[in-house]
Ligand binder design. Structure first.
Ligand code: TYD
Length: 139
């Protein structure tokens, strides 16, 4: 699997309440150009269903839980996110779907680019084709 991975974040344990933080290019391997968050997800809904050409992302379930299903063109993996002190790093050219949102789930997504619809690959077949092309050119 193309280097998509769980990254543990610092956790400052405190009886007043715990604290975690993220520094760009330190805890996550890219400069943060944007952050967005997903909330008020109705039961049974799915999100994602796309890959990005260049954008890298880091997803943290700040509250509640969700599943991220990723596909690198060869294999599929499922990551269950349910803690605010770790997140899933997803490199570019990885297909992702997000489902199984718990009630009141709140997820934070950090991205390496500003929003640009041209960055999206929204057809899985197209993703597989572009992915194979990239692999051929890597050899
Ligand atoms: P999309 O990335 O497809 O959502 P998800 O992957 O969570 O299912 O985005 C949904 C809509 O929101 C789409 O019309 C684009 C818009 N959008 C922005 O305008 N800015 C952003 O930063 C993001 C992430 C989405």
């Amino acid at each position: 699997m193309k280097n998509a991975r769980i990254i543990e974040l610092p956790k400052i344990i405190d009886r007043r309440g715990n604290l975690s933080f993220i520094e760009e290019e330190n805890h996550i391997p890219f400069k943060i150009e944007r952050c967005h968050w997903i909330y008020d997800v109705p039961g049974g809904e799915k999100r994602g269903g796309h890959a990005y050409k260049k954008t890298e992302e880091f997803i943290v379930a700040l509250s509640g839980s969700l599943d991220v299903i990723i596909h690198d063109g060869k294999e599929e993996k499922v990551f269950h996110l349910n803690r605010s002190y770790y997140g899933l790093y997803i490199p570019n050219m990885i297909w992702r779907e997000i489902n199984n949102f718990s009630t009141n789930s709140l997820s934070l997504i950090l991205s390496s680019t500003r929003y640009d619809e041209k960055e999206y690959i929204r057809e899985f077949e197209n993703f597989i084709k572009l992915n194979q092309y990239e692999r051929l050119n890597d050899i």
